[in-house]
Design a protein. Structure first.
Length: 242
């Protein structure tokens, strides 16, 4: 649980339940175990709750948000120095929790009988370094990278989680970055192919706007991108939608 909190920086009680206790016989049993373990970790000074409560992609009832306490950080990272930061903005916190929601969903995807393994990288592990057109170093910064292995296929995705806070030109600019990284050949040399780019939106209307803009651009590779909402992401990951 401490490593999961460290990985995402902030997680709700429900997300920790999904990560760590999903195999319990019932949701009620899993919920009780999650709360009991968190109470022990909090009592030991290893985690602490934020004063704010906020929702993620599946924003329902507000939930307690957990972060590592200094003692928990030392336990996870040893004596390695960690950069200090102030309280997170609401915008940053919402995005972090939304990305964690997707990670939980991807982990649940592994329960599908045909799926053999789901490997997920969270930023900064998901980031990729490459050279720009003039040789300058650049970073592609996906929210997540996922590799889903079944008996017949290996599907790989860079995942971008959008909460409607960025303009359409900004989203197209991020698509341009993926095109530049594609042209660099770095990912192909690393793994033999280039992942699909999956955009996750809260509303189908916003997904349709980006999809139409990519098609109109004339310079973006339309087949590179997939678009989903929380309600359709499982279908898209299964290859049932674009």
């Amino acid at each position: 649980m401490l490593r999961r909190v460290a990985e995402h920086r902030y997680l709700t009680t429900h997300q920790l339940q999904g990560f760590c206790f999903a195999e319990h016989a019932s949701d009620a049993s899993a919920s009780r175990t999650t709360r009991r373990v968190l109470a022990r970790l909090e009592g030991d000074g290893l985690v602490r709750a934020l004063e704010r409560r906020i929702g993620g992609v599946h924003a329902g009832s507000q939930a307690t948000i957990w972060q590592l306490a200094p003692a928990g950080s030392r336990l996870v990272y040893g004596e390695e120095k960690r950069r200090r930061s102030g309280p997170p903005s609401d915008r940053f916190l919402r995005h972090q929790l939304a990305v964690a929601d997707v990670h939980v969903l991807l982990q649940q995807h592994q329960r599908i009988e045909a799926i053999e393994q789901v490997a997920v990288e969270v930023e900064p592990a998901s980031w990729r370094r490459y050279q720009g057109p003039t040789g300058e170093p650049r970073w592609l910064q996906p929210d997540l990278f996922a590799e889903i292995t079944s008996s017949d296929f290996v599907d790989r995705y860079f995942i971008e989680v959008d909460l409607g806070t960025e303009s359409l030109p900004t989203l197209l600019g991020k698509c341009e970055q993926y095109e530049q990284y594609l042209k660099s050949g770095v990912e192909q040399a690393r793994s033999g192919g280039f992942p699909l780019v999956l955009w996750l939106f809260l509303s189908p209307e916003r997904a349709d706007r980006l999809k139409a803009a990519v098609r109109r651009s004339g310079r973006l590779t339309n087949s590179l991108y997939r678009y989903a909402t929380p309600e359709t992401i499982t279908q898209v990951l299964a290859g049932g939608g674009v």
